[in-house]
Every structure is written in structure tokens, then in C-alpha cells.
Design a protein around this ligand. Sequence first.
Ligand SMILES: [Zn+2]
Ligand SMILES: [Zn+2]
Length: 152
Amino acid sequence: MDIFRSDLNAGFKNKLFETEIEHVNDRNIVLENNTLVCELTSCKTKNGFRITGHLINNAVNNCDRCLCSYIVKDKLKVHFNVYNNPSSVDNRKDDILYWPSKKDSVDISDYLIEILLVEVPFKKLCSTDCKGICIKCGSNRNDGSCLCEKNK
Ligand SMILES: [Zn+2]
Ligand SMILES: [Zn+2]
């Protein structure tokens, strides 16, 4: 996912960025349709640009109880600064992306995937009251009771 210098110079507001990520599996995360989606706003700072907005958490998780896959799809806030010269940073509280002045775009995919990786929960549940799978027949008990239960 690239942000172009020309776009940064012009400034953008609530701009939708969508990029297909090919090798996301190397990073131990699966995204819905392998697509990274975010909506960003840029503004000029003294020595660079500040980007704010949100990233769609479309990571596909597998429920620990029923094994089905689910997507949380909440919005994660993102805010970072982009600089050509790391020594000219105005605001050290935000994350900083550096890109050489020769390049006309900055790739933010890795940065955004890192944010998604942090969000992957330790315990993955499709819902807090997930019933899990039947230990006898292996059917998903969220889909209704299985024959084993009816025969009890
Ligand atoms: Zn579940
Ligand atoms: Zn069963």
C-alpha cells in the first residue's frame, strides 16, 4: 500500500486505501480477501506529514472452541508521521515512518500489518457464548443441537 508524495503534498481527507497483499501468510495473519483496507487523512507538519485515520481489522481468526473462522471487523485508530529526514521529527509521540526523498511514494503495508498482528487476540472466540463443537460427533453446536444431544 503506497502513499504518493503528490497526494501528501496535495493533502487528502478520509481517503480510502485498499491493497491486495500477496504474501501476508508469511506473517502469520490472514486478511479477508487478502486485502488491507484503511481510511486516512493527511496534513502537513513543519517537516513532514501527519497521517491519521483508521484501519479495518479484517484479520480472519479461527475460533478456539468451534474452529470456525470469523472476522472482528472493528476499526483501529492509526496515527503516524512521515518524514524524509529522521532528524527533523517534530512529534516523537507518534510512530514515525521514514522514506528517502528520492522515492515518490511510501509503502505503509508492513506498518499496518504490524498493527493488525498486535490485535490478534490470545484467546480467539467467535462470540463470548460460543458453544464449541460436540466432542462426540464434531458438529458445530452453535448451528443447533446434534443427534448425540437429542439421543441423550
Ligand atoms: Zn466459536
Ligand atoms: Zn454430537
